[in-house]
Design a protein around this ligand. Structure first.
Ligand code: HEM
Length: 461
């Protein structure tokens, strides 16, 4: 099999600038703020690739709601400078994310230092790779049951099926709820509310609501309705678990958090628990589902990659390596979260530019993953490029990096490995149409516009 070798990438100095250095802003796009905001939120791919062609890999985007805008960069050295800096020098822009009015300002996703590190320490143990191992069998059972149900010979979108799997994994791993839940119960309410929220969040009304909630702490409009529905499901679940006779023995994350004590020796309040639980559900459910959906959207349009994977899995020859390489390439070519950001607290050098303290700096994962000097033929889907290469910490960044790196990365990788392997082993899939699916933006995620529609040609037990 041909392999693609990495070419040399020109280094670019980055990090806190010498205070005597004059500021030098990266170029900006010649469009009014309204047009930039709309194009960035609706057609981010065309927008950022177009900007890079005209302005180079570091440029400024202006938004209606954030007039000073954000600087966008695609250089791994710039990413390294932000990921390795002291956290209080580079607070995360997720504190300003549209999820903030839903999960509050103090969850692990939305808090900044010193609160953030405290929350992260509490949550890290159950998300560690070893802890995730024990979910593998459960994920496999859920995936096999789901695959059995899929129709043969007619097109259907994979994304909702992937969501059904990732929702089950979250309900079981995080809340400790397994199997079907009774209609009207808090478990049932949580499942239906989360699914409905995910499925309505691309409507124009939802997008307007998202914009009107940017930078706010208290939710408005539709978000307010959604928050009250989520609360009505979450608080009863917390209360039920708090009084469970087997709380001390339980392994689910809610039970671990109920038993955990903060540095002050106090347990978490119901309000704090609610914020963390919803953060985990909202951060972990659609991301993993759509990452899998994208990988299949690519596989069914790249027959030689699909065949390699299928052969490896079915003959059990280097199966794990091929599964891993396919997932890594899927996440490189279609990163579900295409951009992440920090706000620099001091003037920051980004190559030839120096941006002022207080400036938002975003790493375009999408642009970085499509640098020709890092990934020859960047627009081709080639899992084989990973068979003799390990993903570099600052070159493959679908989970971000540093102290804000995705807390659920090990769980997301485990889910993708198990589900991809089961599907490659049991199914022959085809694309319903030859043309690639466009990307659609939903909150902070980028998802396949037709949900990765496929046809099952054959299925084995
Ligand atoms: C393929 C699936 C996933 C992708 C692509 C993904 C991607 C990301 C990214 C890009 C970030 C921001 C990192 C940064 O700013 O440096 C993030 C943060 C986070 N993710 Fe994920 N994620 C996935 C699955 C999950 C899962 C399954 C969970 C948990 C159940 C989860 C929980 C979180 C949390 C709590 C944070 C905030 C971490 C912090 O700020 O300390 N994610 N994720």
């Amino acid at each position: 099999m041909p392999t693609l070798t990495q070419t040399e990438i020109a280094p670019s100095p980055a990090g806190p600038a010498d205070p005597s250095e004059p500021l030098h802003a990266p170029p900006t796009i010649a469009l009014p703020g309204v047009a930039q905001t709309l194009r960035f939120s609706q057609r981010q791919i065309e927008f950022v690739f177009g900007a890079r062609r005209r302005l180079g890999g570091t440029f400024t985007v202006r938004f209606v709601v954030i007039p000073e805008g954000t600087v966008v960069t695609d250089h791994p050295d710039h990413a390294r400078s932000l990921f390795t800096a002291k956290p209080d020098l580079v607070p995360s822009l997720t504190a300003e994310s549209p999820l903030r009015p839903i999960v509050g300002p103090n969850s692990v996703l939305t808090a900044n230092e010193p609160n953030h590190l405290r929350q992260r320490k509490l949550l890290l143990p159950p998300f560690h790779g070893d802890a995730i191992e024990r979910y593998t069998q459960m994920i496999s059972d859920v995936a096999e049951r789901e695959i059995d149900r899929w129709p043969r010979g007619r097109p259907f979108p994979l994304a909702p099926r992937m969501q059904a799997i990732t929702l089950e994994v979250i309900m079981s791993g995080i809340f400790g709820i397994e199997g079907a839940s009774e209609r009207g119960s808090a478990e049932h309410r949580l499942r239906t509310t989360v699914t409905r929220l995910a499925n309505t969040s691309t409507s124009p009304l939802a997008l307007l609501t998202e914009l009107s909630n940017l930078g706010r702490e208290d939710p408005r409009g539709l978000t307010r309705v959604a928050v009250s529905m989520l609360d009505r499901a979450t608080y009863p679940l917390i209360a039920k678990r708090r009084s469970a006779p087997d709380l001390e023995q339980r392994g689910d994350i809610l039970s671990l958090l109920l038993r955990a004590k903060g540095e002050d020796g106090e347990p978490m309040t119901d309000h704090e628990l609610r914020d963390e639980l919803l953060t985990l559900v909202l951060a972990g459910f659609e991301t993993t589902a759509n990452s899998l959906a994208w990988t299949w959207e690519r596989l069914v349009r790249n027959p030689s990659a699909y065949e390699c994977l299928r052969d490896a899995v079915r003959s059990d020859t280097d199966s794990d390596e091929h599964v891993e390489a396919t997932i890594v390439e899927g996440m490189r070519s279609r990163p579900v979260i295409p951009i992440i950001g920090r706000r620099v607290a001091v003037p920051w050098r980004l190559g030839e530019y120096v941006v002022p303290a207080g400036q938002g700096v975003s790493i375009s994962i999408l642009l970085l993953h499509h640098r020709e000097d890092l990934y020859p033929e960047p627009f081709s889907f080639k899992p084989e490029r990973w068979l003799d290469r390990t993903p570099g910490t600052y070159e493959w960044i679908p989970f971000g990096g540093g102290t804000r790196r995705c807390l659920g990365a090990a769980l997301a990788m485990a889910e993708q490995r198990v589900v991809l392997e089961a599907m490659a082993r049991r199914l022959d899939l085809e694309a319903d149409r030859p043309e690639p699916e466009r990307a659609q933006h939903r909150n902070v995620t980028m998802i396949p516009s037709r949900g990765a529609t496929v046809v099952v040609k054959a299925r084995t037990k």
